[in-house]
Ligand binder design. Structure first.
Ligand SMILES: [Zn+2]
Length: 141
């Protein structure tokens, strides 16, 4: 029996523009045209200004680590060979209340103890063997 595949994101009508952009290695978020709030999920009403006029817009792709966890044991199929790996919850630079949770790639295990909150990160894209593409964080250089 071969290695399990990682889950494949399934777009809904509401978040399809997000996943279509990710497939092209572009990072877009739901953005309120009235007040400029970025959201990590599609909204019907803006929680800040109560506006209802949204667009999909590309923020800088930069953020800062808000929290993270290092995974040494997983029950999630497809991630067994990645252990240990890091799940990073980071706020985008444009909106400190807009968090994107993704894996933090490219950090060697010997550097795990150098991770701290507020370290700058950038969005990158991981093309997986199962044909899916997902946004992931990397430490900013
Ligand atoms: Zn708004």
């Amino acid at each position: 029996m071969g290695a399990e595949q990682k889950p494949v994101p399934v777009a809904t009508d509401e978040d399809r523009p997000y996943w279509e952009a990710v497939k092209e290695h572009k990072f877009v978020l739901h953005h309120c045209r009235t007040c400029g709030l970025y959201s990590s999920q599609p909204r019907i009403v803006c929680p800040k200004c109560h506006g209802e006029d949204f667009e999909w817009k590309a923020p800088s792709g930069r953020g800062k680590i808000h929290s993270y966890t290092i995974i040494y044991q997983t029950f999630t199929s497809g991630f067994e060979e990645d252990i240990p790996y890091i799940i990073c919850h980071a706020a985008i630079d444009e909106e400190p209340t807009c968090y994107i949770t993704a894996n933090l790639l490219g950090v060697p295990e010997e550097d795990f103890d150098k991770l701290t909150i507020d370290l700058p990160v950038v969005i990158d894209f991981e093309d997986r063997p199962n044909g899916s593409t997902v946004p992931q964080w990397r430490l900013a250089k």
